[in-house]
Design a protein around this ligand. Structure first.
Ligand code: PLP
Length: 384
């Protein structure tokens, strides 16, 4: 692709696709083969085998993912958690210490609190909103810092500009889970991050029909993650890789629509008397609205809110909705509603959830690509 064809929308369609195409196929074919004839590869990691993440459908996807994030290299994995665990285990060694944002996706939180110690690793949670406290949390063995672009489920916006300079000053690797932002709204590599992680299950694929993940960033680090993932075994199947490649093509169209739709939904909920609180950084009332405007092209399709009432009333409201499915996950074309205390953050103790501000009554809505007016009407009837 020439530099004039380097805009995101064009890259989503064309980056990584073979040129010339295989047999003239306009769409990258699925190479449904687990193994490939030996062609003189020297090391184990180079032998062409699906678990080694180096077969044609996987490689085309890697090139597309790297181009979208303005990064050197990418690795697609069998789930978002395979990307996150592969990255942390691939980049840290026993005895190492990690600084991590305090409010994280539940699975990542569980990895740090339930598995790290058994693996000889340690993590300290930091208030990622305020860089002034980070230095105090450093230890001589601190090797990396981990944040989320927009946190799940409270949509907090950390001091993301401060992360890479802090990491560089202290010799740390900087990692960010950018699932909620996507390259449409935010490019972490342009802010100096070393590794960008995604649950590609969400926006990147966008259709709630596969589970996938991605680790994207500096080539040397992605190679270390790939090496670890070859051992752990979390490679992405070629058919899922094909679906993810296809889903990516409409990413910009979907996410821009979802940015606008979610903002309108958030504004509607904020004005409604039956709603106590709305968390969405696109709202002027969000404590980090100014920071979000500086960092992001849009605030994405996910918002969370609390009704005037308890968890039971929140469930009754969810049951009255006709369009959003009450289901975990987010970022797809269908609107999905969930109560994080029972799904994404059920693994945290009630005390941890309370400390982080994830109340039992909190609802998280992932706005799909349905007509916004239909969603507003549906919410209004369920709130009435
Ligand atoms: N990161 C974030 C921000 C998530 O919301 C999720 C899942 O909800 C994950 C990672 C894990 O992704 P996966 O379910 O694809 O393993």
């Amino acid at each position: 692709m020439t530099p004039t064809h380097s805009r995101l929308e064009t890259q989503l369609v064309h980056a990584g696709e073979p040129d010339p195409p295989f047999a003239g196929a306009v769409e990258m074919p699925i190479f449904q083969s687990a193994t490939y004839r030996y062609a003189g590869e020297r090391g184990y990691d180079d032998v062409r085998y699906l678990r080694s993440h180096n077969t044609p459908t996987q490689l085309a996807l890697h090139a597309k993912l790297a181009a979208l994030e303005h990064a050197e290299a990418a690795l697609a994995t069998a789930s978002g958690m395979a990307a996150i665990s592969g990255a942390l285990l691939g980049l840290l060694n026993p005895g190492d210490h990690l600084l991590a944002q305090s409010c994280l996706y539940g699975g990542t939180h569980d990895l740090l609190t339930q598995e790290f110690e058994n693996l000889g690793l340690a993590a300290t949670f930091i208030d990622a909103d305020d860089a002034r406290g980070w230095e105090r949390a450093l230890r001589p063995n601190t090797r990396a810092i981990y944040v989320e672009a927009l946190t799940n489920p409270l949509l907090q916006v950390a001091d993301l500009r401060a992360v890479a300079p802090f990491a560089r000053a202290h010799g740390l690797i900087s990692l960010i889970d950018s699932t909620f932002a996507t390259p449409v709204n935010f490019l972490p590599v342009e802010h100096g991050f070393d590794v960008v992680l995604h649950s590609a299950t969400k926006y990147l694929n966008g259709h709630s029909d596969i589970v996938a993940g991605a680790a994207i960033g500096r080539a040397e680090l992605i190679e270390r993650i790939r090496h670890k993932q070859i051992i752990l075994g979390g490679a992405l199947d070629p058919h899922a890789a094909f679906l993810l490649t296809r889903g990516l093509k409409t990413l910009a169209l979907r996410v821009r629509y979802q940015n606008e739709s979610a903002l309108r939904v958030a504004q509607f909920l904020e004005r409604h008397p039956a709603v106590r609180r709305v968390h969405y950084p696109g709202l002027a009332s969000h404590p980090r609205h100014a920071r979000a405007r500086e960092l992001f092209a849009g605030c994405g399709g996910v918002l969370s809110f609390e009704l005037q009432g308890d968890a039971q009333q929140a469930d009754a409201f969810s049951a009255r909705l006709r369009i959003p499915a009450v289901a975990p996950s987010l970022g797809g074309v269908h609107s999905l509603l969930t109560r994080p205390a029972t799904t994404s953050h059920a693994g945290l103790s009630a005390t941890d959830r309370e400390r982080l501000g994830i109340t039992d009554a909190l609802l998280r809505l992932s706005v799909g690509i349905e007509a916004t007016d239909d969603l507003l009407e549906d919410l209004a009837q369920a709130l009435a």
